[in-house]
Design a protein around this ligand. Structure first.
Ligand SMILES: [Zn+2]
Ligand SMILES: [Zn+2]
Length: 368
């Protein structure tokens, strides 16, 4: 049996629909019928050429997705919580595989530098072909984390769980959010909106979100933000820092979260963080972007700065559980945008670029 995949090619901007033979899963693999993929901000960075694609050409890209078990390998009988897996079960799964044999893995740090080794060392022309989201099938490799999806969660809410939401859940866990904390979120994009809701539910007393687009600030409020700072109405860093100080009795925020992906705002975040506070960096994923900071502001006013990439194995089930429990409390459908069939993947990217340029956080989704 053959199935379709959208494939990036050498020296060409768009993707082409190609067919590959669907492989039988190896003993520790799972063949998944992808039911939905979403376009993430990092996919758009790759589309623009700012960051290399996951898989060199000809490559199947995309990483946020969900699907159903099509065929289980002989030794894969359960998900990573020991729950029986059967054909037809809806699943969410990590898009990377930590190697377990590097200093990051040995020390328990996420973001293993070898986490894409099964995907970026081959091309889509090499078996098992299906190692990306923009295709009808996906081959889950040995040791790759997989979890059953709770009933009643639509695919639209599940597709971004393995990247955007898990990133936020893990980042906030690592930086530590505690009862009554004031949490400042720099940037109300996809990660920022999730960060508002997750921080509140982790016990934050007050969430303050900063962005330049009123619609995003509105959505952040609907996801639990208590205060918003409109970048356009407060055109200087000093005014914005002052506003955070006013809201915190002069101290500054317990936790600041950078999810804007703008290098130049890290000094501002540092100044918003109180002495003894924690500053989480997750947004600046483009290599080479520079910013000027004043190191004094984190040493003689001691603060923790922590960069976080990817996540640990416990995160996906917690993230799924959070969406499931809060699906009536927060307007998750507002995070979902236009829907395209796989054949229209290039239009999906054009559309995602266009709405992102207008500041929308609604994710474009592809239904293979
Ligand atoms: Zn993503
Ligand atoms: Zn590793």
């Amino acid at each position: 049996m053959k199935a379709k995949a959208a494939v990036t090619r050498e020296n060409a901007r768009g993707m082409a629909i190609t067919e590959y033979e669907v492989p039988d899963p190896g003993p520790d693999e799972v063949l998944i019928r992808v039911t939905m993929a979403s376009l993430c901000g990092s996919d758009l960075h790759m589309w623009r050429g700012e960051v290399p694609w996951f898989q060199r050409a000809p490559g199947i890209q995309g990483h946020e997705m969900t699907g159903k078990v099509a065929k289980l390998g002989a030794r894969r009988k359960t998900d990573n919580l020991g729950r029986p897996l059967r054909e037809g079960d809806r699943v969410a799964y990590a898009y990377f595989i930590p190697c377990g044999e590097c200093w990051a893995c040995l020390g328990g740090t996420s973001g293993c530098p070898n986490r894409y080794r099964t995907r970026n060392t081959i091309t889509a022309d090499d078996p098992p072909h299906f190692l990306g989201a923009f295709a009808e099938y996906y081959v889950l490799k040995p040791a790759q984390w997989i979890f059953k999806v709770p009933d009643g969660l639509p695919d639209e809410l599940v597709a971004p769980v393995n990247c955007a939401l898990s990133q936020v859940v893990y980042g906030l866990n690592q930086i530590g959010v505690w009862l009554g904390d004031t949490v400042v979120v720099q940037g109300a994009g996809g990660l920022g909106i999730y960060a508002c809701g997750v921080a509140k539910d982790m016990g934050a007393g007050r969430v303050v979100v900063i962005d330049a687009i009123p619609e995003r600030l509105d959505l952040a409020r609907q996801f639990g933000a208590d205060e918003v700072i409109d970048f356009k109405e407060t055109p200087s860093k000093e005014v914005r820092v002052q506003r955070v100080k006013e809201l915190t009795g002069g101290a500054g925020a317990d936790v600041v979260v950078e999810v804007a992906g703008v290098a130049g705002i890290v000094q501002e975040g540092l100044e918003m963080t109180r002495v003894g506070g924690r500053y989480l960096w997750m947004g600046n994923i483009v290599p080479g972007l520079k910013a000027e900071i004043i190191p004094h502001d984190a040493t003689r006013q001691p603060k923790t700065i922590r960069g976080v990439l990817a996540y640990d194995r416990w995160v996906i089930p917690r993230a799924l559980d959070w969406v499931h429990r809060t699906r009536a409390k927060y307007p998750f459908p507002k995070l979902v945008g236009a829907r395209f069939p796989l054949e229209k993947i290039n239009e999906a990217f054009e559309q995602a670029e266009w709405v992102a340029g207008r500041g929308s956080v609604a994710r474009t989704v592809v239904v293979p």
